[in-house]
Write a protein that binds this ligand. Structure first.
Ligand SMILES: N[C@@H](CCC(=O)N[C@@H](CS)C(=O)NCC(=O)O)C(=O)O
Length: 243
């Protein structure tokens, strides 16, 4: 059976990483049996989660995991959509992962109040007196990675404007459709669901959450995806599981 390496649920979410949630939903959409393992971070081949182990083969990165599943199990998670729609789905996916994600990450790691409510808890496992030192070092590394990506070079106001533009674009494109590309679930729904749910996560205060909350269709969409893929949960990010 496929093992999916995860962080494990936190912040009231199935996983504190939207990329891990994306990979899990891809496995669910694919209908493949899998188990989760929260003890793989130290062995992560790219230093990040998610990765999977599938019959001895290690595959890291959510998109490369998708490609692996589609190839190995002869699946096409975009079977329901035409080539031009696949192009749109890809563009939205990468806008979300390579732009919006970094705004969400910055809100969690650089805002002191959010950090205290969220990521600081990851370090509770580190024994004292090392804990504050390790916390500071890792927080600095995350800050540097956001700066290296580019978003960390903007003022908070400009970074939020960029993130809100993405949230509004997602809501506008979703419109009244049940799933992101239309009546059927496609691969991109794993990304849209995971990241919009994280944008709505009530643990963190941020202009991104405020912007996402203004869109009822996004909240209904998260509820619909929750009902379908996490039927054991009543809600995710305050969005009731309703189909
Ligand atoms: N491109 C990767 C991104 C994965 C990623 O950024 N994972 C983050 C959690 S959201 C991580 O493991 N970060 C740990 C670190 O950088 O030390 C994917 O699609 O899987």
């Amino acid at each position: 059976m496929i093992s999916l390496y995860v962080f494990g649920s936190a912040f009231g979410m199935p996983d504190p990483s939207p990329f891990v949630m994306k990979a899990e939903v891809l496995l669910k959409i694919a209908g493949l049996p899998y188990k989760t393992d929260p003890n793989g971070f130290n062995k992560a081949p790219k230093g990040k989660l998610p990765y999977i182990e599938d019959a001895g083969e290690i595959v890291a990165d959510s998109t490369i995991i998708r490609w692996h599943l589609e190839r190995k199990y002869a699946l096409d998670l975009d079977a329901a959509i035409a080539p031009a729609e696949r192009a749109v789905a890809w563009a939205f996916e990468k806008m979300i992962e390579d732009n919006l994600y970094w705004v969400i990450l910055g809100d969690r790691w650089t805002n002191d109040a959010n950090f205290a409510k969220g990521p600081a808890n990851f370090f509770k496992r580190v024994p004292m007196p090392l804990r504050p030192v390790i916390t500071r070092v890792v927080r600095r590394q995350v800050r540097q990675s956001i700066k290296a990506q580019g978003l960390g070079r903007h003022s908070a106001e400009d970074a939020h404007r960029l993130g809100i533009r993405s949230i509004d674009a997602i809501a506008e494109f979703l419109g009244t459709k049940p799933y992101f590309m239309g009546p059927s679930v496609c691969g991109v729904d794993a990304t849209v669901f995971a990241f919009v749910a994280h944008a709505l996560c009530p643990v963190f205060d941020s202009p991104i959450r405020t912007a996402a909350q203004r869109h009822d269709n996004l909240k209904r969409y998260v509820g619909r995806m929750t009902a379908r893929y996490y039927p054991q949960l009543d809600e995710i990010a305050g969005c009731k599981a309703l189909s």
